[in-house]
Design a protein around this ligand. Structure first.
Ligand code: NZQ
Ligand code: ZN
Length: 389
């Protein structure tokens, strides 16, 4: 077990009717606010109006950056950073899903950098300072509302990388499950697959030691998603289901489940190549990849953990051998993702072929080996991509 430092200082307002605190929280950081959002969902659900009302009531000066893309682009980060510099912005307010929040975090750091934001994402230049970021989450998936990560895409070069820095941790996040009622069944399913993958990848399935206490909580987060995602997909406005998914999203990646161990995230590294090249929804890519990755790395060393997952989460028969139990577990996970949640199960169905597999596999491995539950070479990753066709 590794030593660790755990510090997560994001203040959470959870539940309905908490936006009355938005003005007082923002004012702690200044009066000039950049409000950021995506393609318009927040206007459709009336959230934009509610937020503007609170900002006006608090007497704040508001600037806006709209149109942040799913898989947010570095060019949009640059636009936001320019506004921050020109308008002397004090604080950023991101209202949306992971893409809006990630883009806003990158803007927060780029506001203090005199160059292309892509330099920060690719670590050519260090993050030295960042504006404070507050968030109003509208989609349960990425954990960005309570983590230090920001994932940015460069569509000119088909690259997508995570920028991680403690300065990017949101100061305050408002989590109202009712704001996710309008998330489509498809995006709900994708978000749920993403939450599961955060637990799997870092690191429920691991070759390293784990703390039993943390392992148990991981299983409870997984079971929460397995219980509530199918409900939310069918009843979009089920508060209990939305609330459980929302809190699971935050806790899957806020650092707590990562305590005591270390591991690179294999499925995430592979998926970021899919979305970098084909601009697909992150959670869908993960859903398609995960069961194939499990199947590919299944052997005597991995089967006990896969079987334990099957027994504890899906009620697989504990008397089966490790190998048989693991196979059942993979089948249960596939049924859950593709039958219960209704996600597409192959890359072919979403218009992908093998044209870019070689280069994507090489990039996923950073040209060398992709670490994880089992180390993967570029050839392995290419094989896994092929299994997804
Ligand atoms: O743009 P709008 O109009 O808001 O529509 C969005 C978008 O089309 C829509 N949506 C969001 N909230 C909604 C809603 N539609 C109706 N009602 C609402 N309440 O949903 C679509 C997808 O939104 P997006 O923000 O892209 O989804 P998600 O939260 O899944 O974020 C995905 C991005 O986060 C990155 C992914 O790679 C991807 O770029 N990740 C970020 C991580 C982090 N910061 O730690 C970790 C993750 O592993 C992930 O890589
Ligand atoms: Zn993810």
């Amino acid at each position: 077990m590794y030593n660790f430092i755990f510090q997560n200082t994001t203040k959470i307002y959870f539940g309905e009717n908490q936006l009355g605190h938005l003005g007082e929280e923002l004012k702690q950081y200044g009066t000039r606010v950049l409000l950021t959002y995506g393609g318009g969902s927040i206007k459709k659900i009336g959230l934009y109006d509610k937020i503007m009302e609170e900002l006006q009531r608090a007497g704040l000066t508001v600037f806006e950056l709209s149109g942040i893309e799913p898989n947010p682009r570095h060019t949009t980060v640059n636009k936001g950073a320019d506004i921050c510099k020109k308008e002397k912005i004090d604080v950023l307010l991101a209202v949306g899903g992971g893409s809006t929040i990630d883009c806003t975090k990158a803007i927060a750091a780029s506001a203090f950098y005199e160059g292309d934001s892509w330099d920060l994402v690719t670590h050519k230049a260090p993050v030295t300072k960042a504006l404070p970021v507050l968030t109003v989450l509208t989609l349960a998936a990425t954990g960005s509302e309570m983590d230090t990560g920001s994932v940015i895409s460069n569509m000119d070069t088909n690259e997508k990388y995570g920028l991680l820095h403690p300065l990017l941790l949101p100061k305050v996040s408002f989590l109202d499950p009712a704001n996710t009622y309008s998330v489509s069944a498809f995006q709900t399913a994708c978000g749920s697959a993403d939450i599961l993958s955060h637990v799997f990848d870092v690191f429920y399935f691991t070759a390293s030691e784990k703390m039993d206490m943390v392992d148990r909580v991981m299983e409870d987060v997984i079971k929460t998603v397995v219980k509530y995602a199918p409900i939310a997909v069918k009843e979009l406005d089920n508060y209990e289901a939305r609330a459980n998914l929302m809190w699971a999203s935050s806790w899957a990646l806020n650092g707590f489940l990562q305590t005591g161990g270390f591991q690179a995230a294999s499925c995430h590294a592979m998926e970021h190549e899919l979305s970098a090249f084909y601009d697909i929804t992150h959670g869908l890519g993960l859903a398609i990849l995960t069961p194939r990755w499990m199947e590919y790395i299944l052997d005597e060393s991995t089967s006990p953990q896969f079987k334990k997952f099957g027994v504890n989460v899906f009620g697989v028969d504990a008397s089966l051998s490790d190998m048989e139990g693991a196979k059942r577990a993979i089948a249960c996970l596939s049924d859950f993702l593709f039958k219960e949640l209704g996600l597409q199960s192959t890359l072919t169905e979403i218009g992908m072929d093998e044209a870019n597999f070689k280069v994507m596999a090489k990039r996923a491995c950073r040209g060398d080996v992709l670490q994880g539950f089992k180390p993967l070479t570029p050839k392995d990753v290419e094989n896994i991509f092929r299994m997804c066709l």
